[in-house]
Design a protein around this ligand. Structure first.
Ligand code: PXP
Length: 243
């Protein structure tokens, strides 16, 4: 069964719009779990534009499913991750001006630094994933660096139109096959919604999808618990068809 990780950063973004206490991402995590989420994903950004240190601390105490911390390689953030010990950490690139994570982490940049962060996180028992573009070479490097999993960036697939959709899906399938050959757990995420997720969920050996924007957007109209349940049903359907 494919796991659904629900990214609740946008809930914190709304709170920060007024710098008040609501909506609280802790409430969102509870609703998401009640809706069938297998994981709660948050990105503690260096500028703390949405999720903050208090959120991560309380989520660590309250989330009963998997807590997945998206994080950069910044020293301060790594220290927080080592103290908090999320179930999973996903290493992502981070640029201050970006609206959201724009591309995968290029594992060819600063390989020694990345390898060291992976080693330190694993030493405290964190399962470590790399958010990378669907590129066979990046997958191979992730394996060599000791990552446990790769999360393939599905953004280009999500933005593709016409024949490019099949091309982008094929890139994901090829990179996924390499991850499987290398013994890496296969994850995907970014830009997935209620219309484009099924083909990605049907990629052989796909184990986890992290989805935020589409679920939180739908939650405004149907409630978060319902929005999560609908996405979870979609993944169940994809899994049944894949079998
Ligand atoms: N995976 C990663 C690594 C991300 O950075 C994000 C966005 O924060 C997501 C998944 C979720 O993307 P979206 O909000 O487009 O569903």
């Amino acid at each position: 069964m494919i796991e659904l990780g629900v990214n609740i950063d946008h809930v914190a973004t709304l709170r920060q719009a007024r710098r008040t206490y609501e909506p609280d991402p802790i409430w969102a995590a509870v609703e998401a779990e009640l809706g069938g989420a297998d994981g709660i994903t948050v990105h503690l950004r260096e500028d703390r534009r949405h999720i903050n240190d208090r959120d991560v601390q309380l989520l660590r105490q309250s989330v009963q499913c998997k807590l997945n911390l998206e994080m950069s390689l910044a020293g301060e953030i790594v220290e927080i991750a080592l103290r908090t010990v999320p179930d999973q950490a996903t290493l992502v690139p981070e640029r201050r001006q970006e609206v959201t994570t724009e591309g995968g982490l290029n594992l060819k940049n600063e390989p020694d630094r990345i390898t060291d962060v992976v080693r330190r996180l694993k030493s405290v028992g964190v399962f470590v994933s790399a958010f990378i573009d669907p590129d066979i070479e990046q997958v191979r490097i992730a394996h060599q660096m000791g990552f446990d999993a790769v999360e393939l960036h599905t953004g280009e697939y999500a933005n593709a139109r016409g024949p490019a959709v099949t091309e982008q899906l094929d890139r994901l399938i090829q990179a996924g096959a390499q991850a499987t050959r290398d013994g890496l757990r296969l994850h995907g995420g970014h830009g997935l919604n209620y219309h484009n997720t099924i083909p990605v969920a049907q990629i052989p050996m796909m184990k986890e999808l992290n989805i935020g924007h589409a679920i939180v957007s739908r939650a405004i109209f149907v409630g978060l618990r319902q929005a999560v349940t609908e996405m979870k049903q979609l993944l169940i359907r994809a899994d049944v068809q894949r079998a």
